[in-house]
Design a protein around this ligand. Structure first.
Ligand SMILES: [Fe+2]
Ligand SMILES: [Fe+2]
Length: 138
């Protein structure tokens, strides 16, 4: 099927988000480890790997649609003033992701790209779970 240009745009924006999230969680994990928060460091590293898996799924969809993944520029990781700020920063990150995926999935539905829509809805649900987890943290 011929790929819808805006679906490709949404998938690319989503990939940029995932690379941003991967960098943020990995950087926070390093900072947590360096400041002696070993358990938090492990949790953040696990989060980073989940975002990496999301990036991989988006890359697969882009490649299926005939496009080479290009995440573009990734903004700096948000570290705040240290580990106490991480829950707030990460809730913001995940909230952004949920809105992005819902809007992207709505577009995929409008152009009847069912496979992209299914992927985007699944990722929206997983980001909502991430948001919920950070909401219980502080
Ligand atoms: Fe993600
Ligand atoms: Fe996430």
């Amino acid at each position: 099927m011929a790929a819808d240009a805006r679906v490709l745009g949404w998938l690319t924006r989503a990939l940029q988000h995932e690379m941003t999230a991967l960098q943020q969680y990995l950087a926070q994990s390093v900072l947590a480890r360096l400041t002696g928060h070993t358990e938090l460091a492990e949790r953040l590293r696990h989060e980073a790997l989940e975002e990496l898996a999301h990036a991989e799924r988006l890359m697969q969809r882009l490649i299926e649609l005939g496009v080479a993944p290009a995440a573009g520029a990734v903004p700096p990781a948000r570290l705040g003033r240290g580990v106490a700020d991480f829950p707030t920063l990460n809730r913001q990150l995940e909230q952004t992701a949920v809105v992005l995926y819902q809007d992207a999935a709505d577009h995929a539905r409008r152009v009847r790209d069912a496979d992209s829509e299914a992927l985007l809805r699944a990722l929206a649900a997983e980001e909502a779970a991430h948001y919920g987890a950070w909401s219980q943290t502080g």
